[in-house]
Design a protein around this ligand. Sequence first.
Ligand code: GLU
Length: 279
Amino acid sequence: MTSPTTRFAPSPTGHLHLGHAYSALFAFAAARHAGGRFLLRIEDIDTLRCRPEFVAALEEDLSWLGLTWETPVRRQSEHFADYRAVLARLEGLGVLYPCFCTRADIARAGSAPHGPDGPVYPGSCRMLPAEEALRRRAAGHPFALRLNMDKARALAGPLAWRDHDAGLVTARPDLFGDVVLSRKDVPASYHLAVTVDDAGQGVTLVTRGTDLFAATHVHRLLQALLDLPTPDYHHHRLLTDEQGRRLAKRDRAATLRSLRQAGQSAAAVRAMVGFGGGL
Ligand code: GLU
């Protein structure tokens, strides 16, 4: 592929750690080595967990690491109107339904098979009579919007995407069951916002960790339903500590900030994650 557009899309819920540095450098290098563009996106739809000070901090950390990106930086929290418009299109296709269930309701429904995002939703609200759903909506009961997976798949037909590591992958969105596309608290979900934004920002090569490999099944389906282009994907390995555990935000010692404060140079930190050859 010529001149890809890549992006790094962190959620500002804490300080960046070495795993983020690897992922950001991976996306940056994939673009730069091929004369492409590198973008930054702030994934802050979770308005309770995301904090503005972490946005400022992550931009500072990425600059320190030697990365540059095109502006403007897209902030998902500024695009709820876009997500609402897309949800209205999906409602128009008849592939969404309101779900009033609480986590406890879903847990009580019991023995659902496990999908990549946790227990597969048993579909209780899909079976709700339309009048009852309308009555609850009118009465102000909080609801999420779920994708009717069977209907959506029937509409889209068989799908695949290209992964630079795994090759041509057959899409299996059915593994997720009826995913949430609009949460009770915000008019979007991770799957919806990412798919809309990658298309909106013109991303042609999505690079991210293998922990999100399965999510691409759902994103591919949403692209088909919404007539959006399908980028290439490259799911990269996840960095682990000496014990083989995945680096996580709770491992404070591995934050880029703490490494910098301890006197490490940006070049040394880049080398730690395998990008020692210079940018
Ligand atoms: N915001 C996601 C994260 O921080 C990444 C989203 C993506 O790359 O698709 O894990």
